[in-house]
Each structure stands twice: as structure tokens, then as C-alpha cells.
Design a protein around this ligand. Structure first.
Ligand SMILES: NC(=O)c1ccc[n+]([C@@H]2O[C@H](COP(=O)([O-])OP(=O)(O)OC[C@H]3O[C@@H](n4cnc5c(N)ncnc54)[C@H](OP(=O)(O)O)[C@@H]3O)[C@@H](O)[C@H]2O)c1
Length: 297
């Protein structure tokens, strides 16, 4: 393992899946707008192989990335999969030919999305499937998710999904889902500048449930902050490394899935697992969210 610990390990509750806390998010491997093939498919394959060679064993994906493209690249790069690799997908969306993002939440659509994932990844069962609520943009909205979670629980009983998670959800929706089935992870929009989920993270930590922030680096508009930059120059690190290290320090149930299409950025991101932040530095970084302009999500 190149980055000796890759942030330490975490076991998803009630599972035999133990992963390094520093993982990889594969969304950036599809073409522009997460639609169609990438400009350089060989580079995408190289990023995935580099991640595995460095010790990453947690990859986040979805069959609606591309659509199908990202999963097909993962299969091409890594199948047969190394022992211990945990592949996590998302269900609940679809990408029509116009490239828009639409809900796909009927029992038939959720079931066919699982089969799409399995076929394109070359698996018999998904390790973890997150029900991704397609709310307003990248933020959750209240509303029952019982029907969809029940469908996933049925697919789990049929052996097509091993474990279930949620994405883009509120605390109320997490509680509703947990009354139906075991939830092993929650994937929501969160980073050093956007901290709406602070309370949820702490609640999930008490239950041993993983919290997996999406857009850990700011997503389509990468984080920019003078505090990040000054801390980074002091630590001889990069602002992105500091943003990732802050997440690793924030709570032991946080698992990282930074996305990149570049081997250089991947190496930079993985090296963030080695960065130690002092209590004073953490306090300084904690001020970023308060100072940030209100972010629409
Ligand atoms: N559940 C959900 O609704 C949801 C939504 C969005 C994403 N996700 C998942 O979360 C993962 C992470 O999110 P994300 O990839 O959208 O956003 P992200 O990790 O916050 O940031 C990715 C962006 O930052 C750039 N980047 C990455 N490393 C960098 C570095 N070291 N220096 C400078 N720029 C860097 C990438 O460009 P380059 O390619 O040029 O490096 C890309 O534009 C995704 O891959 C996906 O698996 C889930």
C-alpha cells in the first residue's frame, strides 16, 4: 500500500466489508457532464488501476454515470476484481438521451437498474446499493422513501444486493429506512465549506453507520478558500489535500470517495490520508463554512 494506512479502516455495520477510509469515486471517469464516454478511455482505466495498486478497496459508482460507461470502464480495468474490493452503486436515477437526470424509482425501474449494474460490472450481487433520492438538485427534500427502500430490501432477500445504503437523504428519511432494513451507509453532499449534515454525521457515528460525503472537493466547482490555501502552504500540502484530511479528522465514520479523472490528482488525493492536522488547524478550518457565502444545493 503506497500511502501506508490510507486513512485507517472502517467496517460497514453488520457486514464483512472492511474498507480503507480513503476510497475513490468513479463519476469523473465518464464524459463531460457525466454523459457518454471519456475523451481518453485508457487514462480512465489507468486511474482505476492506480487506485487499486495504492490500496484503495472502496469504489463508488452508478450505472447512470454515462449511462453504463463508468461501470463498463471499471469492469474493463479491474475485473476479475481483487479480493476485498467493495463496489458501491446508486439506484434511483436515469439518464435519457438528452443527458438530463431523471428519477427512476418504480419497483420495475429499481429492479432493472440493479440488473444493469450487475451486467455492466460483471457481478452476481452488488456489495452495497444506495437508494439515491432525486430531490431538488444536490440537496435532500423530505418525503417518504419507504416504498423504494422496501423494493431494495426485497432485492436483498433475492440475493441481488448484499447491503443497503441511502443517498441525498434527511435524518427523517434515514430513520424511516432503518425501520425497514439495515442501513450501512449514507452518502450526502458535505465538505469543509458545506456542513448542513454535522448533526446527522454525529448521529450516524454513534450507530456505527458510514457517512460518505459526495463533492468532498466541491464537485463541479472545486473548493476555493484562502484559509485552505494558507493552511496548505504551511503544511506543504495542497488545498485539496487539506480539505480531504479535514474530512478524515471530522469523524471516524466518514469514508472518502474523491473523484478524479487524472492519475496525478488521484495520487495527490490519496496522499491526503497521511496528513495530520493539529487541533489549532482544525479550529481554523472549522471557520470556513461559517465564512462561506450561502451555498445553494
Ligand atoms: N450520491 C450522489 O448524489 C453523488 C453526487 C455526486 C458525486 N457522487 C460520488 O461522489 C464522488 C465524488 O464527487 P465528485 O467526483 O463529483 O466531486 P469531488 O470529488 O468533490 O471533485 C471532483 C472534481 O475535483 C477535481 N479534482 C479532483 N482531485 C483534484 C485535485 N487533487 N486537484 C484539483 N482538482 C481535483 C476533479 O477534476 P479532475 O478529474 O481534473 O481531477 C473534479 O472536477 C463521485 O465520483 C461520485 O462517485 C455522488
Amino acid at each position: 500500500m503506497a500511502e501506508t494506512t490510507l486513512g485507517g479502516s472502517f467496517t460497514f455495520p453488520g457486514t464483512r466489508f472492511t474498507v480503507q477510509r480513503m476510497g475513490y469515486g468513479a463519476m469523473q471517469l465518464a464524459g463531460k457532464g457525466v454523459f457518454g464516454p471519456p475523451k481518453d478511455p485508457a487514462a480512465a482505466v489507468a486511474v482505476l488501476r492506480e487506485a487499486i495498486a495504492a490500496g484503495v478497496n472502496h469504489i463508488d459508482t452508478s450505472d447512470y454515470y454515462g449511462p453504463h460507461v463508468t461501470n463498463q470502464i471499471i469492469r474493463k480495468a479491474l475485473h476479475p476484481y481483487p479480493k476485498g474490493l467493495v463496489l458501491v452503486t446508486k439506484l434511483g436515477g436515469r439518464r435519457p438521451p438528452d443527458g438530463s437526470w431523471q428519477r427512476a424509482i418504480s419497483p420495475e425501474e429499481l429492479t432493472s437498474a440493479v440488473h444493469d449494474n450487475l451486467r455492466n460490472l460483471g457481478l452476481e450481487a452488488m456489495d452495497i446499493a444506495n437508494y439515491r433520492v432525486m430531490g431538488a438538485g444536490h440537496g435532500p427534500e423530505e418525503g417518504s422513501i419507504a416504498e423504494q427502500v422496501t423494493v431494495l430490501a426485497d432485492l436483498q432477500r433475492k440475493g441481488l444486493i448484499r447491503h443497503i445504503g441511502l443517498s441525498n437523504v434527511t435524518a427523517t428519511q434515514v430513520a424511516e429506512a432503518r425501520a425497514i432494513t439495515q442501513i450501512v451507509c449514507v452518502q450526502n453532499y458535505y465538505n469543509v465549506a458545506l456542513r448542513h449534515d454535522d448533526a446527522l454525521i454525529d448521529d450516524l457515528a454513534r450507530e456505527g453507520i458510514a457517512y460518505v460525503p459526495f463533492f468532498p472537493l466541491g464537485g463541479f466547482t472545486p473548493l476555493q478558500s484562502s484559509t485552505l490555501s494558507s493552511v496548505a502552504s504551511r503544511l506543504k500540502a495542497t488545498p485539496m489535500q487539506v480539505a480531504l484530511a479535514w474530512l478524515l479528522h471530522r469523524s471516524p465514520n466518514i469514508l472518502l470517495i474523491p473523484g478524479t479523472s487524472s492519475v496525478a490528482h488521484l495520487r495527490e488525493n490519496l496522499a491526503a490520508a497521511k496528513l495530520t492536522l493539529s487541533p489549532q488547524t482544525l479550529a481554523e478550518l472549522d471557520k470556513i463554512a461559517a465564512e462561506a457565502a450561502p451555498v445553494k444545493h
